[in-house]
Design a protein. Structure first.
Length: 655
């Protein structure tokens, strides 16, 4: 019996043998009034292509907002009988990136083989070559601690002692950079074509005029009241997704940017018709980077638990918990499968309970009281037999209905014209993070892990149309494992799952109605970042036996993917495990840069994995970029420059 199943069995027995808590259900419920039965249970929540998707609405009043919050959170918690909260069964090796959209290492996005996705750009007139940030979507820049326009480099150091700053470096002579100036704060940054550097400094957003990089000028600043979930620079505008926790006691107005931004009234907030665990307002804002002025915004009520945020060129996709009410699920099970084990009196009381309009907690208390009374009427032998049979029936019920236990809602905020909530949908399972999603040919692809209590984990991939209706799916990948990384590359999806081993799955998603799992490969360790190398070759970066591992998957025969080459480094950590922005691919020289715990490593990839050199940074390496044929490697307090034509170190610059 696995850990999940043991926990579930103990929890169910605890409910069956527990004593009555609160007032006993003895035929009436005090002064509560009867209401029409509305079991939002599994039977009504099985996902199929013709199942109605969640409707998106707006609140009429602040009171309606507060009531929705209370009702939604009464239904959140664990499915384990008698348990007080969700059971966390994720292995310690896993990195939990779901809580912070832009901090996830995970899983690459679209790439699509173009230069921008692999980090190559030029400055125009002189055709100077320089690397752009490694991003999920080619046209959307992401905040990072390293930015360059090919002439100037901005680096926000990560020193833990002696303060921190953003170093402005003159790179007009690429192999001989010099320190130009400093900004006395550091953080992730976005750099616009209009010479505006936007810096994300903890809970403050700052804009600097860097048209004269030797003397950056502060232009504007604004506070964050909430958590920055995501930020993108697209077509000259900055898009922010801010998350603000709300309370029924005083839900509105929501002020994601404090006094410097828009105030969101309760009646301005969109919400799904049915949701458990709603506690956070997600506000998407369009911001002018020159002035810091917010030009548009729209808000949606979601959940902080297991929320993922994905941004495409067409909009923001937010996920939220859409699992059924736990009390309704328990009642449904006991009144269907459980009727073979319970006596008539218990069933009558459960049916009567189903018809009352009670809170989630009160319903759970009454279920426990009814079952305690039922147990008291059995002799010891019969009680043990019934408990075992009911527990086994529950486990079978969960296994058969696992995709209805664990569901995720999805809402799209469109970028076309004014920001607007355009569509809502739902799929079984939970995405790892933003990298589990991808928009392609007006369809959304999303990979999820099914984690129902007591059932074996499985992993699915769903395709949804522009209305977020499911059109096709691949289900049941990586049994008893969970998704660790995903990469979408055109009409292919590559999914890595892991628990004991690392299966690499190749999925054909060219037919939106019939995606097909073509092949899989099992190998030790895991990959938590995937990057396309062209010609259906995928680079995986992860770990094996506590050490950093690089592996090239050859999926040219998708039914039989193979390992082209792999290497385990001596490093115990890589900055890529924290952020995909730390990875650098240089197509001109056919190499990639992998930061490590002791310096950074350059590998050629065109014919397997060939170690070119290790750049000594006197400690961990954090980032790298290139300008023309000079590779810039940043450590904790220094910049090391390498000539890429000779692979020799040519300069060190103390920061």
């Amino acid at each position: 019996m696995g850990f999940d199943r043991q926990v579930l069995a103990v929890a169910l027995v605890a409910l069956l043998v527990g004593s009555s808590v609160g007032f006993a259900f003895a035929g009436e419920l005090g002064g509560t009034r009867p209401a029409a039965a509305d079991t939002n249970g599994l039977e009504n929540r099985q996902l199929s292509n013709d199942t109605p998707q969640p409707s998106i609405e707006q609140f009429d009043t602040e009171a309606a907002f507060a009531d929705y919050l209370r009702a939604s959170n009464e239904g959140s918690g664990s499915f384990g009988f008698g348990m007080g909260g969700p059971v966390d069964t994720v292995e310690e090796e896993a990195t939990d990136d779901a809580a912070d959209g832009d901090g996830a290492s995970g899983n690459g996005g679209n790439g699509n083989g173009n230069d921008a996705a692999s980090g190559d750009s030029s400055s125009g007139a002189d055709e100077r070559r320089y690397a752009e940030t490694n991003v999920q979507e080619a046209m959307l820049d992401e905040p990072d601690i390293l930015k360059t326009d090919g002439q100037t480099v901005y680096y926000g150091d990560r020193r833990f002692h002696g303060g921190s700053a953003t170093h402005v470096i003159d790179a007009s002579t690429p192999n001989d950079p010099t320190a130009l100036s400093e900004i006395p704060r550091s953080g992730e940054m976005l750099l616009t074509d209009d010479d505006v550097l936007v810096q994300f400094d903890r809970n403050r957003l700052r804009g600097y005029d860097v048209s004269s990089p030797e003397d950056p000028e502060a232009a504007w600043s604004t506070d964050f009241e909430g958590h920055l979930e995501a930020a993108r620079l697209y077509d000259g505008d900055i898009y922010l997704v801010m998350a603000d926790r709300v309370s029924p006691a005083e839900p509105c107005p929501v002020e994601p940017l404090g006094d410097d931004g828009p105030a969101v009234d309760c009646t301005d907030v969109h919400y799904p018709s049915d949701q458990n665990g709603a506690d956070t307002v997600y506000t998407t804002l369009r911001l002018d980077p020159t002035s810091g002025e917010v030009t548009d915004s729209v808000s949606f009520l979601g959940s902080s638990y297991t929320t993922a945020t994905y941004v495409s060129e067409n909009g923001v996709y937010l996920t939220y918990v859409d699992s059924p009410s736990h009390a309704d699920v328990r009642l449904e099970f006991l009144l269907t499968i459980g009727e073979a084990y319970l006596d008539d009196r218990a069933l009558e009381r459960l049916e009567r309970l189903q018809g009352y309009d009670l809170s989630e907690h009160a319903t759970m208390v009454e279920i426990e009281a009814i079952l305690a009374d039922w147990r008291a009427g059995l002799d010891d032998d019969e009680r043990r037999t019934k408990e075992r049979e009911l527990r086994e029936a529950w486990e079978e019920y969960v296994e058969e209905n696992k995709r209805a236990f664990d569901r995720t809602g999805i809402v799209k905020v469109g970028f076309g014209g004014d920001l607007s909530v355009d569509a809502g949908g739902a799929v079984p399972g939970t995405p790892l993070n933003q990298w589990s999603m991808d928009e392609h040919d007006d369809h959304l692809r999303i990979a999820t892990t099914i984690n129902a209590p007591g059932a074996e984990w499985e992993n699915d991939l769903y395709v949804l149309d522009s209305d977020l209706e499911v059109t096709g799916s691949v289900t049941g990948m990586g049994v008893d494992e969970r998704v660790y990384s995903v990469r979408y590359e055109g009409d292919k999806a590559y999914v890595v799952t892991f628990r004991q081993i690392d299966p690499f799955h190749v999925i054909d998603v060219s037919d939106h109605e019939n995606p097909v799992l073509e092949g899989e490969l099992k190998l030790p360790g895991y990959s938590d970042y995937l990057h396309p190398l062209g010609e259906e070759r995928i680079l995986g970066i992860g770990q094996e036996d506590g050490k950093v591992k690089a592996v090239i998957f050859d999926a040219s025969d998708p039914e039989n993917p193979v390992i082209e080459d792999d290497e385990i480094l001596e490093d115990r950590w890589s900055a890529v495990s924290e952020s995909h922005n730390a990875f650098l691919l240089d197509e001109r020289h056919g190499v990639f840069f992998l930061p490590g715990s002791e310096g950074g490593h350059v590998y050629a990839y065109e014919d397997g994995l060939e170690h070119v050199m290790t750049v000594d940074t006197d400690g961990p390496a954090f980032r790298a970029t290139y300008i023309d044929d000079s590779l810039y490697v940043f450590g904790e307090g220094e910049l090391v420059v390498v000539d890429q034509t000779t692979w020799e170190e040519v300069k060190r610059l103390e920061l």
